[in-house]
Unconditional design. Structure first.
Lengths: 415, 309
């Protein structure tokens, strides 16, 4: 056995020994990392390749791009919808209204709940639609501003009125002619969404709330107020509160509304801008009051007696989720028949009784009363005249305005 | 130790090697590398090039985007969103230090003292991964709810007065404040700190501790001179595995934070999905990558450890 004498070891052996203490099989060393990062910088240096990439202009083909309609040959339709936006039976496996449709028409519905967020879904289908390819979907459901954008970009197909007799006859007047799709040439409403003020009675503890101004100014609610991260809902409600019409406002009006919200953010009045997750803040009482979607409030109210809603005197925002047929969809006629089916009062009532959103179908009230008397009398589901009069829609924006307004709203929400 | 001082086995240049087996194996390493390289090419290199290109384009959705070498996007993005960058580094840095302070004792315990409980504790460390990241973060909203037991206790103990004075919390709440975001980050990334720490601590030969004791080192000195230096690879890789993803995280800031706690990940998400300003979003991503690369390089140089794992 030789004596351990460090001096006599070669540098390589010293290194080997050191490694043996810290496990010599190190795959990633400092040197290799530094080398790798230098390599990465070099690769980024090959900028010549970069100009090859680019995003082509959206096809400005008004009227959409049809594909060969295989509806007659293939008795099927691919329906992409939001989660929890369809009636489900007690076993949780069947969608009764969809099955009725199949029974009557022989058309099988491939129903997919793959839409969670308008912006994310747009990012998902954009590459295919921009390249003029089939997305594999015959019907998609999008909120009005995004539906308007797709129509503007020429990415959805014009509907054939001949296949939509019920839809044409039964669509409620208030949804008939939005400025982004006059006369409903491209879209039909799936459900309407009302934006109202929701509050938690326990958390309010006697503080009176009647308007958006109360949310923005009442010092007793400091840090316990929520607004929605959906720009059109939050700004729309603020515009209404300021006496402006969200259907017809100028850029200055918009800036004024943003400034009003900014003031509330700066003094810590607004706690957060949220997506759908406001429901947990509201039930826990972290939000005493917030801007909320009525469909959620109907359900929250059923679970918790402390939750309630109010409609400000200045009015409330209504938006819609819309059925659209994207370019190159293979089963256009089948899709149109499905849209028409949901405009018959009976299936429409069954759907509404389950999901509790605003039903866009005239004549549904009597059918709904047979299933659920309370729902039929709930103005959040079947708006009465007084409700409908207070309803306002956000005007459609040009692409330039959209970017500009979203940018300003993003700054307001912190990024 | 004698094996170490022995010369490496001679490469035997005098005897001609039998050729066939060696020739055959010559390409094997490359074939083995091929799947990984292809994967990286398709899912890392190509998207990177695409992003780099996007960051110097201008245009709109209607007119399409063209490469115009508009490098000003970088400067504009940085000058508009530098506070979010600073905040991200600050939050991620704080969370990393907290993870180290919490994770080191635990990893030490698992490696040296846990005995037959070792596997159980390891499972407890990993178990949170069985549920979704999102759900675990949402659970923190319940834990930190206004007027909840925890916040109530902190308020009674006047801890919130101190944190409020430091600007970490606001009034008598913890949610929607910087403290909540840092707590969420620390919680979510803690296992990434513990696991590498544990692997490097576990490798330390117990006899080294005995040797240190034989040489009259107190426990603390043993830790300082033997254990900690030998665990440095774990410390470095743990801090990197925590710091790098935490800097780009946006879920915690989104769910537990407020308007004044938004991090750079939130900005990138908003620019990409809402504002549809793809060049700015791409430029922000590259600035973030460059900043992290720079910080990590400096850190590794300073920490002076050769091996990372």
């Amino acid at each position: 056995m030789e004596q351990y004498e460090p001096d006599r070891l070669s540098p390589a052996q010293v290194a080997a020994m050191r490694r043996s203490f810290t496990n010599g099989r190190a795959a990633l060393t400092r040197r290799s990392l530094l080398r790798a990062s230098a390599g990465g910088a070099l690769a980024a240096g090959g900028l010549g390749t970069l100009s090859a990439c680019g995003i082509p202009a959206a096809g400005q083909s008004q009227g959409g791009v049809p594909a060969e309609d295989r509806s007659a040959k293939e008795k099927t339709v691919n329906f992409s919808n939001w989660t929890e936006y369809m009636d489900v039976d007690d076993s949780g496996k069947h969608h009764p209204t969809l099955e009725q449709f199949t029974k009557r028409t022989g058309i099988k519905v491939k129903y997919t709940e793959d839409i969670n967020d308008n912006n994310e879904f747009f990012g998902k289908i954009k590459p295919q639609l921009a390249a003029g390819q089939d997305t594999g979907r015959d019907i998609i459901v999008l909120t009005d501003w995004l539906a308007g954008r797709l129509i503007r970009l020429g990415w959805v197909q014009k509907l054939d009125p001949a296949n939509l007799p019920h839809a044409y006859a039964n669509l409620s007047a208030q949804f008939r002619s939005p400025d982004w799709d006059p006369g409903r040439a491209y879209s039909y409403v799936w459900q309407g969404i009302s934006t109202v003020i929701a509050y938690n009675k326990k958390a309010l503890d006697g503080v009176e709330v009647t308007s958006i101004s109360d949310l923005l100014d009442n010092p007793k609610l400091k840090g316990r107020v929520g607004f929605l991260s959906e720009m059109r809902d939050s700004v729309g409600m603020t515009l209404l509160d300021m006496g402006k019409d969200p259907a017809d406002f100028t850029a200055d009006d918009y800036d004024a509304a943003i400034a009003r919200l900014q003031k509330a953010v700066d003094k810590g009045q607004i706690r957060r801008f949220t997506g759908n997750d406001y429901t947990s803040d509201l039930t826990s009482g972290d939000f005493a009051a917030c801007v909320a979607w009525a469909g959620d409030v109907v359900q929250l109210k059923a679970d918790s007696p402390d939750i309630d809603f109010l409609i400000p005197d200045s009015g409330y925002m209504t938006s819609t989720d819309n059925l659209l047929i994207p370019n190159k969809a293979r089963h256009k006629t089948n899709a149109e028949r499905l849209i028409d089916f949901y405009y018959e009062p009976k299936p429409a009532a069954e759907l509404t009784a389950y999901i509790n959103y605003v039903c866009p179908v005239d004549g549904v009230k009597a059918e709904l009363a047979k299933i659920d008397e309370d729902a039929a009398n709930n103005p959040l589901i079947i708006p009465d005249k007084a409700m409908a009069a207070k309803s306002h829609a956000f005007r459609s924006l040009s692409s330039k305005e959209e970017t500009e307004f979203e940018e300003k709203f993003a700054k307001l929400t912190g990024a | 130790m004698s094996t170490l001082t022995e010369a490496p086995p001679p490469l035997a240049p005098e005897a001609p090697e039998p050729k066939p087996p060696r020739r055959r194996g010559r390409w094997t390493p490359y074939w083995l590398l091929l799947p990984g390289i292809l994967w990286l090419l398709v899912f890392f290199a190509l998207p990177m090039i695409y992003q780099a290109s996007t960051s110097v384009q201008t245009g709109s959705l209607e007119e399409g985007y063209k490469v115009t070498w508009h490098f000003a996007t970088y400067w504009d993005a940085l000058s508009a969103y530098w506070p979010q960058f600073v905040r991200s580094v600050l939050y991620a840095g704080t969370a990393t230090i907290l993870c180290l302070l919490l994770g080191y004792p635990l990893a030490y315990l698992i490696a040296f003292r846990a005995g037959r409980w070792r596997n159980l504790i390891m499972i407890l460390v990993i178990a949170p991964f069985f549920t979704s990241f999102l759900i675990r973060t949402l659970a923190w909203k319940t834990i930190l709810a206004d007027g909840g037991p925890l916040v109530g206790a902190l308020d009674t103990l006047h801890v919130l007065d101190v944190t409020g004075w430091l600007g970490w919390t606001a009034g008598d709440r913890v949610l929607a404040t910087p403290l909540a975001v840092v707590c969420g980050l620390t919680y979510n990334f803690l296992p990434f700190m513990i696991l590498p720490l544990y692997t490097s601590l576990e490798r330390i030969d117990g006899r080294l501790h005995e040797a240190a004791g034989d040489l009259y080192a107190r426990p603390w000195t043993t830790f300082r001179k033997v254990t900690f230096p030998l665990s440095m690879p774990g410390v470095v890789s743990g801090t990197l595995l925590t710091f790098i993803p935490a800097t780009g995280d946006y879920v915690n800031a989104d769910l537990l934070g407020s308007t004044d706690t938004r991090m750079v990940g939130n900005v990138i998400q908003t620019q990409f999905l809402r504002v549809l300003d793809y060049p700015t979003a791409a430029a922000l991503s590259f600035i973030l990558m460059a900043a992290i690369l720079l910080m990590v390089t400096l850190y590794i140089r300073r920490s002076g450890t050769e091996d990372l794992v």
